[in-house]
Design a protein around this ligand. Structure first.
Ligand code: ASP
Length: 335
């Protein structure tokens, strides 16, 4: 090949380069949840509903500010979840449920779609924002899931991870729920009494670069024992993301693990070409209940479509569509 032809080829490649590079798109979207569960309009006072929805709005604002500034979906998810972990209304971070020993064991996970990197922690009790520790596992360890004392030791090596006394997570409301669960406890029922979970938090975001991330954080189930771990820190069950779909689940974790719920939603989109809404509805409303479980999920795809199915009486949730339309809701008929 002559030098002139080589030069022409080189120039041609140079001119066409923008066609091949993934140009940043302005499209962003964000969806969050504060848990699905058994709740009633009578039990949840109107003023409390307003407070909860204000907290959801705050989490949306935190994530959205990052997305609008061109930040990553990963940062948006981390920021939105950290706000919910700070709120005593949700079963994650401050306000986490009590286990059978009267303590707290917190679980969290996070996943970045386009790289499919993931990190998770289970059973931590001194980490103020478990979602940040899950992310540190992803970014600063060769592992995906760390549990208990080992996860705490890993946290000791990360100066950015804020630590608190285990009693920081205590709230009176959750203590009363523990008392109630203890009173109800029968010889066999133990940790899997329906309705003993509620208020897990999660977020899924699409950023301007077309990347998706998802995360979930929880205190698990009230009165849990034996170091029980639910779906929230299990990649594929509680959290999943790839380059075209992201999911965070909430509900009766044992069934979400058995259904590999978050992965199944994205797999249906990828393998079968199902719409996101159809895929999520099938898993949440048919597959999980058929096994005996209940709950909900939030999901988002690369076009910014959002879906939030649940089969419990309510699910705390909030969203911002690519066109900027946003909202929060608790019950199915909330505006
Ligand atoms: N899925 C969580 C767990 O089983 C609980 C919840 O979503 O509220 O630990």
């Amino acid at each position: 090949m002559s030098v002139r032809i080589l030069l022409l080829v080189f120039l041609g490649v140079l001119m066409n380069a923008p066609l091949f590079a993934k140009a940043p798109v302005a499209l962003t979207a964000l969806v969050i949840h504060g848990g699905a569960g058994v709740m009633s309009k009578e039990a949840l006072k109107a003023e409390d509903r307003l407070l909860i929805r204000a907290e959801l709005d705050q989490a949306l604002d935190a994530g959205n500010a990052i997305l609008k500034a061109g930040g990553s979906a990963l940062d948006a998810v981390t920021a939105a979840i950290a706000v919910l972990e700070d709120s005593p209304w949700f079963n994650a971070g401050k306000g986490a449920v009590f286990n059978a020993e009267g303590g707290h064991e917190l679980d969290a996970s996070i996943m970045e779609g386009h790289t499919r990197r993931a990190g998770a922690v289970a059973g931590v009790s001194t980490v103020k924002h478990p979602i940040k520790l899950a992310r540190a596992v992803m970014e600063h360890s060769p592992h995906v899931l760390l549990a208990g004392a080992g996860a705490e030791q890993f946290a000791d090596t990360r100066s950015e991870i804020e630590r608190v006394a285990p009693s920081y997570f205590d709230t009176e409301r959750r203590r009363q729920q523990l008392e109630k669960a203890r009173a109800l406890e029968s010889a066999q029922a133990m940790a899997t009494v329906p309705g003993t979970y509620f208020g897990t938090v999660g977020a899924v975001a699409l950023d301007q670069h077309g990347h998706i991330a998802a995360g979930t954080s929880t205190g698990g189930m009230t009165n849990k024992r034996w170091s029980r771990i639910g779906d929230s820190p299990i990649i594929g069950a509680g959290t999943y993301a790839n380059d075209r779909c992201g999911v965070s689940s909430t509900g009766w974790g044992e069934f979400y693990i058995r259904a590999v719920a978050a992965f199944d939603i994205c797999a249906r989109v990828e393998y079968r070409g199902d719409s996101l809404a159809k895929a999520a509805a099938e898993v949440v409303n048919h597959i999980v209940p058929k096994l005996g479980g209940d709950g909900g999920a939030i999901a988002l795809d690369g076009e910014g479509n959002i879906t939030m199915p649940f089969n419990t009486s309510g699910m705390f949730r909030g969203w911002i569509h690519p066109d900027g339309k946003r909202g929060t809701a608790i019950f199915a008929d909330d505006e």
